[in-house]
Design a protein around this ligand. Structure first.
Ligand SMILES: *[C@@H]1O[C@H](CO)[C@@H](O)[C@H](O)[C@H]1NC(C)=O
Ligand SMILES: *[C@@H]1O[C@H](CO)[C@@H](O)[C@H](O)[C@H]1NC(C)=O
Length: 272
């Protein structure tokens, strides 16, 4: 009895969110988000009265956040998760007077925004260089995957999780493709002669890391997964403090092709 009630509930929830969260709804809401950020006008967004807004894992008022600062957006890439009614955007504002690279996750409830959270990186954050990030991000191909070749949601999530799980266990297998390139701040592993190589493998950390508080956006059409997470160790002045971090993955045929990481530091370049 209980399980059939749960099933009915799950099925109703799926139908309810499917209506509100078509891909075209998420695309148009994301376009509005980018306009709001460019103009520095959060009032352009359709917000739930109880919206929660956070930057770098710190809740704040939108009017005090980066969304209220106009900026020139030189490039953006968005992914859409109709099932979870969420969208993710990577934006680069290299040519703004204050350059940023921002990862944003937006959760919708019905047709309004219930949660906006961003990892906001700028000068002094982990290997930050917006100009270099722009240059490499623009060269990558994240075209829609032909329908017959798409990975399942479970395969995409498992591939992305495996990359972060490996930080806790160096022998954990990670499905990295060849080629595979990682864009970490403004540092790119896939330059020059490495452009055809798998350069995504991370060496072992001095001790195993648990990458927790993972928040996902999964897009089967683009073979893309975003994981907001908490990254301990990286900040040398406080290695047990988990820093706000975001990883974006492109997966093709079950294998990771690209990884983008944005990580916030407490001190310049995380004291490294
Ligand atoms: C940032 O990257 C650009 C392009 O690769 C480079 O010209 C510039 O010197 C870099 N800036 C710093 C501070 O490393
Ligand atoms: C690329 O690297 C491989 C292996 O390191 C080397 O054999 C090859 O000559 C290099 N190619 C170019 C164009 O530099």
């Amino acid at each position: 009895m209980l399980s059939s009630l749960v099933l009915v509930g799950a099925s109703l929830a799926t139908h309810a969110s499917a209506a509100a969260c078509s891909r075209s709804f998420l695309e148009s809401a994301t376009t509005t988000y980018l306009k709001a950020q460019a103009a520095g006008q959060p009032s352009l967004l359709t917000l739930s009265p109880t919206v929660s807004y956070a930057e770098n894992d710190t809740p704040m008022e939108i009017s005090k956040g980066v969304l209220a600062s106009p900026m020139t957006i030189d490039y953006s890439r968005s992914i859409y998760d109709s099932e979870a009614c969420t969208a993710f955007t990577e934006l680069n504002a290299a040519s703004s007077p204050h350059p940023y690279v921002i990862h944003t996750r937006i959760v919708f409830a019905s047709d309004s925004i219930s949660t906006i959270e961003s990892v906001v990186t700028d000068d002094g954050d982990w290997i930050f260089n917006a100009t270099a990030h722009l240059n490499y991000a623009k060269q990558e191909k994240w075209d829609p995957i032909p329908e017959a070749a798409r990975d399942t949601r479970a395969t995409l999530k498992a591939a992305a999780d495996a990359y972060l799980d490996q930080w806790g266990n160096p022998s954990h297998p990670v499905p990295l493709g060849t080629p595979c390139a990682r864009l970490e701040g403004g540092m790119y592993t896939g330059t020059g002669n490495q452009s055809a190589a798998n350069t995504c493998l991370m060496g072992a950390f001095p001790s195993p890391l648990k990458i927790g508080n993972r928040r996902y956006v999964i897009d089967e059409t683009l073979g893309a997964v975003s994981i907001f997470n908490e990254f301990p160790f990286i900040e040398a002045t406080a290695e047990d403090k988990a820093m706000p971090s975001s990883n974006l993955f492109r997966v093709q045929g079950g294998l990771i092709r690209y990884i983008h990481e944005c990580t916030v530091c407490a001190t310049r370049n995380c004291g490294r």
